[in-house]
Design a protein around this ligand. Structure first.
Ligand SMILES: Cc1cc2nc3c(=O)[nH]c(=O)nc-3n(C[C@H](O)[C@H](O)[C@H](O)COP(=O)(O)OP(=O)(O)OC[C@H]3O[C@@H](n4cnc5c(N)ncnc54)[C@H](O)[C@@H]3O)c2cc1C
Length: 374
């Protein structure tokens, strides 16, 4: 029987498992390899940081789907692939007739080079654990503290607005600095940048533009104009990279190290290898966002089944732009799609809340309130 190996319980793979459970699975043996069969739905992460959702509300459990499909789960990381066989972190080897990667991104250089001082935004468990450590320090004494988020893209800005809302009510509220070298969300329409800058300003966030972080010392950030920015806690929301170990595989990679695929989501070098989500480099670039990962679910599910029965593959019709609903910490959001945008409103937050809740409600949820293992 054909063996399909799914690597990573990311947004696309969990959706593929759900599609197979709902609509019928291919006649194949399925194995999922990932550290945990749990996914934190990224669209709800900033609002969780802001305090609008519990941790359990954005957690999706794939365990029930795996059981329903009679699939095998191996709880570990893949660390290597020779084109045929996967190497697992414990040294075991695993071969699949069809292999699919949905492993997301690795932290950027700042978090990689300073793992003890810098909190990466992903994986979610690392972000939440890092925040918990910082807050433990806040609770211990009444010393004034500063928290810096590095990165002025959508992730950094949304996270900073969420943090400002989270700490807004505290008497020991930390000072908040956002280091956005190219400004707040460079490249999006000016009115969106103005709305976000205004929101950051209202939230009391100090935005540092025109300067980037080159290094860290024990007391903060060293910026590229040789100035020093004090910080007790640093979160890096910039420079997500391709997982480094991919470079040691024979897979064709794009210049930036992500897996080069065609429109079938199939590797350009290996006909039995597929990839989806943030780890993929399509023939034309698309944003790395959960929206695209989710849109790839039906095509990947279909193509893995088609590959298993040697049928022609279908194309992923990737829209050039996708709707982004960016929350502002409080229960307001703005909408952005390409050059089109809608100003911040409560209504947009309610629409985002409904879309996100509907997505997670389609899946199994954790039994307890706050799953900690990741
Ligand atoms: C702060 C923040 C806010 C965001 N908000 C939004 C938003 O509102 N909307 C949106 O569309 N996007 C948002 N994003 C982007 C979104 O998080 C990503 O685009 C999305 O998570 C990509 O999903 P994925 O399926 O590629 O991988 P992921 O969901 O990241 O999953 C990867 C999986 O692979 C596993 N894995 C990793 N390495 C290995 C390995 N070697 N072996 C086995 N398993 C492995 C991981 O444990 C994980 O289970 C946000 C990102 C951040 C940082």
């Amino acid at each position: 029987m054909t063996h399909i190996v799914l690597i990573g319980a990311g947004h696309t793979h969990v959706g593929v498992l759900r599609a197979y459970a709902a609509n019928g699975a291919p006649d194949a043996r399925i194995t999922l390899v990932s550290p945990h069969p749990r996914l934190y739905y990224s669209g709800m992460l900033p609002a969780h940081v802001a305090g609008h959702y519990s941790r359990a509300e954005l957690a999706i459990e794939a365990g029930g789907l795996l059981a329903q499909l009679g699939a095998t789960f191996i709880s570990t990381h893949v660390t290597g692939f020779d084109g045929t066989t996967l190497t697992l972190a414990d040294g075991q080897r695993l071969a699949g007739d069809i292999v699919s990667f949905d492993i997301g991104t690795a932290p950027g250089a700042l978090a990689k080079d300073h793992p003890e001082r810098v909190i990466p935004v992903k994986p979610v468990e690392a972000l939440l654990a890092g925040l918990a450590r910082f807050e433990h320090g806040l609770d211990q004494d009444d010393q004034a503290r500063r928290l810096a988020v590095v990165g002025g893209g959508a992730g950094g800005v949304e996270l900073m607005l969420s943090l400002a809302y989270r700490y807004g009510g505290r008497s020991d509220r930390p000072a908040l600095d956002l280091v956005a070298r190219s400004g707040v969300m460079a490249g999006v329409p000016e009115r969106v940048r103005r709305a976000l800058s205004h929101a950051l300003d209202r939230a009391g966030v100090n935005v540092i533009t025109g300067r980037g972080v080159v290094d860290l010392d024990d007391t903060g950030l060293i910026l590229d104009d040789d100035t020093h920015q004090p910080a007790d806690c640093v979160i890096a929301a910039t420079g997500a990279r391709a997982p480094a170990w991919l470079a040691d595989t024979p897979l064709a990679l794009h210049d930036d190290g992500f897996i080069a695929c065609d429109w079938h989501l199939r590797s350009r070098s290996h006909r039995h290898v597929f990839a989806a989500g943030d780890v993929i480099a399509l023939p034309e670039p698309r944003p790395k966002s959960g929206v695209y990962a989710v849109r790839q679910i039906s095509v990947l599910a279909d193509n893995l089944a088609r590959a298993a029965s040697a049928r022609a593959l279908v194309d992923f019709k990737a829209p050039r732009t996708a709707l982004a609903l960016i929350s502002l910490g409080e229960r307001r959001a703005l909408a952005l799609r390409g050059r089109l945008s809608l100003p911040p409103s409560r209504l947009l937050w309610q629409i985002k809340d409904r879309i996100d809740r509907r997505f997670v409600a389609r899946h199994d949820r954790p039994a307890g309130d706050a799953p900690e293992t990741g």
